[in-house]
Design a protein around this ligand. Structure first.
Ligand SMILES: Cc1cc2nc3c(=O)[nH]c(=O)nc-3n(C[C@H](O)[C@H](O)[C@H](O)COP(=O)(O)OP(=O)(O)OC[C@H]3O[C@@H](n4cnc5c(N)ncnc54)[C@H](O)[C@@H]3O)c2cc1C
Length: 321
């Protein structure tokens, strides 16, 4: 027994948990809802024997239901950042003595008036744009951040500045989640397979150039210093290389337990896992295609719909009994 869903034949009857007290089984009265997100729900399904049969067998795991769709179709909004130093004393973030003085003043301002510099959400502005005029709807999203952002904020930046992200809203590239090991404590193998499709690359290159033209707008001149890291990235080839070297997730993985009508779609229209009963997936992994915007609210919406489905299905089961 290892963490994952526990089953009786083809019916999910509970989950196996591991905590400080060791392993224990928690039984479900009605059904099991799996909501571990697009990267970890497929891991839990595979650990429970639901996934690509050959892959599970290669790790010595029993195959309860051979489902190649588990862990397939992973996709995400790939994103690349441009950033600038900022001269002067603007309300922009970045480690500096004047910045720290402003931040301390900001604490008092916030406590006194509930306003000021510290009330920022950092991503102060954004927009949806078309990478070409002929696009019917925006295919790119911008997030404007009032600080310099390198490696997801892991690297401290000195001095004030600003950054902008551009991400691709409807990528064609598809990646996967696979198990690295049957050990549930091991991280899964996540391959986003970003930029596998030429169309994704071309849209990102156009987006990078559009973002740069916006960031060089006259209105930003008082705030704009040196372009950091990308000043020499000029030709389409250089931009593509930069994107391939630096683009990364903007944290919206979806699709790895896709909903749909086909036998290889992991869940049906009521989010029930095919091939077993008593098991639903309720998280971003069920999105067949990523939404053209941020994912949090759509995930909350799909959870609300799941509540309706559970009520409907329970009522139908009771009526049939
Ligand atoms: C840094 C960051 C910033 C983001 N910013 C935004 C934003 O500004 N706007 C927006 O719309 N979206 C944003 N998102 C995306 C948004 O948070 C996700 O799309 C959304 O939370 C996905 O919901 P979910 O239920 O699928 O997964 P999650 O919210 O990831 O929930 C999965 C849960 O399962 C738990 N879990 C996983 N495995 C196990 C296990 N084995 N045992 C027990 N628990 C487990 C996890 O701890 C987690 O709590 C951001 C995401 C990140 C990471």
């Amino acid at each position: 027994m290892s963490p994952g869903c526990c089953s009786k034949g083809r019916r999910a009857v509970g989950v196996v948990c591991r905590d400080a007290g060791g392993e224990r089984e928690v039984r479900a009265t009605r059904e099991v809802l799996l909501s571990a997100g697009a990267l970890l729900t497929p891991q839990l399904l595979m650990l429970s024997g639901i996934g690509p049969g050959e892959h599970l067998q290669s790790l010595g795991l029993p195959v309860l239901f051979d489902q190649p769709g588990v862990g397939a179709n992973l996709h995400d909004h790939i994103d690349v950042v441009q950033m600038f130093d900022s001269p002067g004393n603007h309300d922009l973030f970045g480690l500096s003595l004047p910045g720290m003085v402003r931040a301390v003043k900001g604490i008092f301002e916030w406590r006194r008036e509930r306003r000021g510099m510290l009330t920022t959400n950092f991503a102060e502005a954004g927009g949806f744009i078309r990478s070409r005029p002929e696009e019917p709807i925006p295919d790119l999203q911008l997030h404007f951040v009032i600080g310099k952002l390198v490696d997801h904020g892991r690297k401290t930046q000195f001095g004030p500045g600003f950054s902008c992200h551009v991400c691709l809203l409807r990528p064609l590239s598809r990646g996967s989640v696979r198990l690295a090991s049957p050990d549930p404590m091991a991280s899964p193998l996540i391959d986003p397979n970003f930029l596998a499709e030429r169309d994704d690359v071309d849209r990102m290159v156009r987006g990078f150039k559009l973002m740069r033209s916006i960031l060089h707008a006259p209105a930003l001149a008082p705030y704009r210093g040196r372009e950091l890291g990308t000043a020499a990235v000029v030709t389409d080839g250089q931009i593509e290389t930069f994107i391939r070297d630096h683009a990364d997730t903007i944290y919206h993985p979806v699709g790895s337990c896709r909903m749909g009508p086909a036998s290889t779609d992991v869940v049906d229209a009521h989010l029930r896992v095919r091939g077993v009963s008593g098991l639903r997936v309720v998280d971003a992994s069920i999105m067949p295609r990523i939404v053209g915007g941020n994912t949090n609210a759509p995930v909350i919406m799909l959870a609300e719909r799941a509540v309706d489905f559970i009520r409907e299905d329970t009522a139908a089961q009771r009526a049939a009994a």
